[in-house]
Write a protein that binds this ligand. Structure first.
Ligand SMILES: [Zn+2]
Ligand SMILES: [Zn+2]
Length: 460
């Protein structure tokens, strides 16, 4: 808690002003004015924070504001929160202050929720949306130097010499001198890696040196993943960046051309790399949780860009209602068969199918956006498969439409031809609905977390 130098009231960080603001007297202050004094014993800077801990899942949240009272756990929804310990915390190196305030966050969420039409209305209620919390999530940032000799493997095209096929191997070598900064990985065990991948990117250019004042009014999650854990990921990420550049480098391309050889791709590039530093950076995230039975749903909004990553479960009631309406329409269409011309029923089924494909494509877009962050293999392959389904559904629909167009033009004598394609389209529609429902249920809820702290250790 930081007191206003003018009147002694509690200061909080104001997002619109990007300064400390006193709600009582209205004064603004530079947050860096309240930076803590250097600890003499070491050169390390520390600040005081209170710890909220959840006895049921083990998650912890920090706050610098002792007057704040939180009623439930951010990660498991548990309500028996303990709030009694003070902890001295090491300064992170950087922070990106919240750029979007709670109103911006709620607007972004509402917009995303409106598109999730099968989602129960409680996920769209104001009381629910109101419980978004501003949390600074810790990330590890890795800096790397690539200095020394880089090697690019190359080979000649294969030629035949007697009974042998001959390929000559070459190495194109050159001096490299590059430094990188900005690869980050989420450092909190409580904060799901999948969500943090999807919330990315944050613009690290906008980061600024940390000072505790910026935290007032918000929470901080604990960095409890060891920083060394993602060293190899960071190295591989930066190596891949340089390898891609090297393969396109004009001198490498020129050398290969002169020797009539070709490079063997990213795998054939070796780059000297040394991690030169690991820093902690805090990123702003608006976070919301909801517990229903033993399943959790989370919603989060990137506090810098406004990107929304949310679980939207489907309401069984809404889904059944939609399915009922759809089948009632199909049934009516079938009745048209008997009394009206078969062409009409084909037109009606076509309309229904187009509507179904349109809905399903919308759903797939919402889901695949959840996976669109810079991601691990798992989330990008999930995204690829969603996009595949989306594409093949469209292809299938177009084919069925063409087929029914041909039939309408030819106008065969036998009504069974019309019925046949109607049934085919109805079946396709049913498959689409079933698929969308399964995908949605799979993605929209999670198991509550468990981060059991080992044996009473409280200084993780
Ligand atoms: Zn004041
Ligand atoms: Zn909990």
């Amino acid at each position: 808690m930081i007191a206003c130098p003018g009147c002694g009231a509690n200061l909080r960080f104001d997002i619109a002003e990007q300064q400390m603001k006193c709600d009582y007297c209205g004064n603004l202050y530079d947050p860096y004015e309240f930076d803590s004094i250097q600890d003499d014993a070491s050169s390390e800077k520390l600040f005081d924070a209170w710890v909220y801990s959840c006895p049921s899942c083990g998650a912890e949240l920090l706050t610098t504001d002792s007057t704040d009272a939180t009623a439930f756990c951010q990660y498991c929804g548990g309500t028996s929160i303990l709030f009694d310990r003070l902890r001295r915390v090491k300064y992170p190196t950087w922070i990106i202050p919240f750029q979007l305030d709670k109103e911006d966050c709620k607007r972004a969420y509402r917009k995303a929720a409106r598109r999730a039409i099968f989602t129960p209305s409680r996920y769209k209620k104001e009381e629910y949306i109101e419980s978004f919390r501003g949390i600074y999530m810790p990330y590890w940032n890795y800096t790397v130097d690539q200095k020394g000799t880089a090697r690019v493997e190359a080979e000649s095209s294969t030629s035949r010499e007697g009974d042998y096929l001959v390929t000559e191997q070459y190495i194109i070598a050159g001096d490299l001198d590059i430094s990188y900064d900005g690869f980050t990985h989420d450092a909190s065990r409580a904060f799901d890696d999948e969500i943090s991948e999807c919330l990315a990117p944050f613009d690290s250019e906008k980061r600024q040196p940390f000072t505790p004042g910026i935290l007032s009014g918000f929470y901080v999650d604990v960095a409890d993943e060891p920083s060394r854990k993602y060293l190899e990921d960071a190295k591989a990420y930066y190596e891949n960046l340089t390898a891609q550049k090297l393969l396109k480098n004009s001198e490498v391309v020129q050398a290969a051309k002169e020797q009539r050889i070709h490079t063997t791709g990213v795998k054939g590039v070796s780059i000297p790399a040394k991690i030169t530093g690991i820093q902690q950076v805090l990123y702003p995230v608006w976070f919301l949780c909801y517990r229903e039975g033993d399943r959790m749903t989370y919603a989060s909004v990137n506090g810098q860009t406004g990107k929304v990553v949310a679980d939207f479960p489907i309401s069984k009631k809404r889904f059944l209602l939609a399915a009922l309406i759809a089948s009632a329409l199909v049934f009516l269409a079938m009745n048209f068969f008997l009394t009206l011309k078969p062409e009409w029923s084909l037109l009606v089924t076509n309309l229904l199918m187009v509507f179904g494909v349109w809905m399903s494509r919308k759903q797939m877009t919402v889901l695949s956006e959840r996976y669109s962050g810079r991601g691990s293999g798992k989330s990008s392959s999930r995204r690829a498969s969603l996009l595949r389904v989306k594409r093949s559904a469209a292809v299938m629909a177009v084919m069925l439409l063409l087929l029914s167009g041909v039939i309408l033009m030819v106008d065969p004598v036998y009504n069974a031809v019309f019925y046949g394609i109607c049934m085919l389209e109805a079946l396709f529609l049913f498959l689409l609905i079933a698929r969308a429902f399964r995908a949605q249920m799979e993605l929209a809820t999670r198991r509550p977390p468990q981060f059991n702290k080992k044996g009473g250790r409280d200084d993780a």
